[in-house]
Design a protein. Structure first.
Length: 155
């Protein structure tokens, strides 16, 4: 059986600062360099769905939520800087995004992948949750199950 050659032009890499997610980002950079693809590094913040509805009605978040989102963006910018530095050395284009969503982290990643028409998601096996004995983390497992495109899981 002949398989069609897979082409990748847009690769999504969800990061949470964990060693696994940063390894996934480095793997994605290697794949992107090989295929001439662009990388989108994202960090997903789960915001309580009831508070999120305030945003739909143009009501600002309570200060505690705004602070949480801003703190997460600031922390993510450190990870994004490292990814961008590594990608620059490999001559790979990178864009970054922090998403706050009432969906689960999995839902946020899958929806983003659909919306941006990504060709591949590269994700680490385990993130910050710390369940080191699990073979595949719950986020990675959920993304594998629901992604609209191929998923590469980095160990």
């Amino acid at each position: 059986m002949l398989m069609a050659k897979q082409e990748f032009s847009k690769i999504l890499v969800p990061v949470d600062g964990s060693e696994g997610s940063m390894q996934a980002a480095n793997l994605a950079i290697g794949v992107a360099a090989r295929y001439g693809a662009k990388i989108i590094a994202i960090h997903v913040i789960n915001v309580n769905q009831y508070l999120q509805t305030l945003g739909f009605y143009s009501i600002s978040y309570p200060d505690t939520i705004t602070k949480m989102v801003n703190d997460a963006k600031q922390e993510a910018s450190k990870w994004f800087t490292e990814i961008q530095r590594n990608a620059e050395q490999a001559k790979v284009e990178v864009s970054t995004d922090v998403i706050d969503t009432p969906l689960s982290v999995v839902g946020g990643i899958v929806n983003y992948a659909e919306r941006e028409n990504v060709d591949l998601i590269v994700i680490g096996t385990r993130g910050r949750s710390g369940f080191t004995k699990l073979l595949l983390g719950s986020v990675a497992s959920g993304v594998v199950a629901y992604a609209p495109c191929p998923v590469m899981v980095a160990r």
